[in-house]
Write a protein that binds this ligand. Structure first.
Ligand SMILES: Nc1nc2c(ncn2[C@@H]2O[C@H](COP(=O)(O)OP(=O)(O)OP(=O)(O)O)[C@@H](O)[C@H]2O)c(=O)[nH]1
Ligand SMILES: [Mg+2]
Ligand SMILES: [Zn+2]
Length: 311
């Protein structure tokens, strides 16, 4: 890389104040430090640089330094873990969030799935759902869960990394796009990626029931360019996903079936939790809204109200 004009690069990995970047037109990533000023200006962000960021680089005595983060086209984020209420950037400038869930271990969690889908919707990022480990559940159970998400118009794939089922469809889903794989630890994100790109050799591991929580096989998010075109971010599994920044009253808009049914509620401000004239209970009884999704919505609404004040 020439040491003259600032050049552009994509951040492929973030680690404290050091990042790995892929300079445009290059095949190999290299290290780069983040300017102190970028940290100083980070506002409510825990870390001001994210995987997927487009940045300006300049040479420094120790290699390269990131001078500027270019404007982002979107931001997939969550509320940081624990007591920290800052925004944690998960990936930026992505074409889609590919939510990976599974059957068996860990069991399918609609609560986690629906939280992540709502956050992606809030960030205006398209989603797809991959239900992995289909070898670990009965067809009836798989179909029931699959139908819930298909009915929302979300592209949905059924895969088994163990039996190499659905891998061609998974490749087509990723082809030519910038995707971020996201989901609980142990659902098989890295296993699926290893089948897409045999050269990656990502570490995967059995999640045993006795394992202390908080242990992830993948320990950092990393962006990998794909030979089929496009790139994909493998991420460490999440335990609890808390969306960042959704105003409580806006949450209902990020559950498309609630937004649609809610147009007939008596009050336009209806939050679908027992208000008079709310049509949601009837829609649930008629099978038009999955009870699991409504439950997640109510829990999330309370959480957001506790954080940002009542609606
Ligand atoms: N039965 C079965 N096991 C699978 C399947 N896919 C992955 N596994 C196993 O599930 C375990 C976890 O897989 P990983 O690929 O490490 O999961 P991950 O989502 O990357 O986990 P983190 O990196 O911790 O977020 C490994 O032991 C895999 O061999 C599948 O389709 N069926
Ligand atoms: Mg992994
Ligand atoms: Zn209502």
């Amino acid at each position: 890389m020439s040491n003259s004009a600032p050049s552009q690069a994509t951040v492929v990995r973030v680690d404290a104040r050091q990042c790995d970047v892929l300079p445009d037109g290059h095949q190999e990533a290299c290290g780069a430090h983040v300017r102190g000023r970028i940290y100083a200006d980070r506002g409510s962000d825990k870390v001001p640089v994210a995987v997927g960021d487009r940045v300006l680089l300049s040479p420094s005595s120790e290699g390269f330094v990131i001078d500027e983060v270019l404007p982002r086209r979107n931001i997939f984020c969550r509320r940081a873990a624990g007591e920290d209420s800052r925004r944690q950037l998960l990936a930026t400038n992505v074409d889609q969030v590919v939510l990976v869930a599974c059957f068996g271990t860990p069991p399918f969690s609609s609560m986690t799935t629906d939280r992540i889908l709502a956050a992606a919707s809030f960030s205006d990022i398209p989603v797809a759902v991959v239900l992995n480990k289909t070898d670990r559940a009965k067809p009836q159970k798989i179909e029931k869960i699959a139908a819930t998400y298909r009915n929302l118009g979300i592209p949905l794939l059924l895969t088994s990394a163990a039996q190499e089922i659905g891998i061609e469809e998974f490749k087509s889903l990723l082809k030519g796009k910038i995707s971020v794989l996201y989901g609980l630890s142990g659902v098989g994100k890295s296993s699926l990626l290893n089948l897409v790109e045999t050269g990656l050799g990502l570490r995967t591991r059995e999640v045993s029931a006795g394992l202390k929580s908080g242990r992830h096989t993948t320990t950092y998010a990393r962006l990998y360019p794909l030979p089929v075109g496009g790139s994909v971010v493998d991420t460490p599994g999440v335990r609890v996903f808390r969306p960042y920044g959704i105003p409580p009253l806006e949450l209902r808009l990020h559950f498309p079936e609630l937004a649609s049914a809610g147009k007939s509620c008596h009050y336009s401000s209806c939050c679908h939790r027992g208000e008079p004239g709310c049509v949601v209970p009837e829609a649930i009884a008629q099978g038009r809204i999955a009870p699991s999704r409504h439950r997640t919505y109510l829990v999330l609404l309370e959480e957001l109200e506790a954080e940002y004040g009542p609606t």
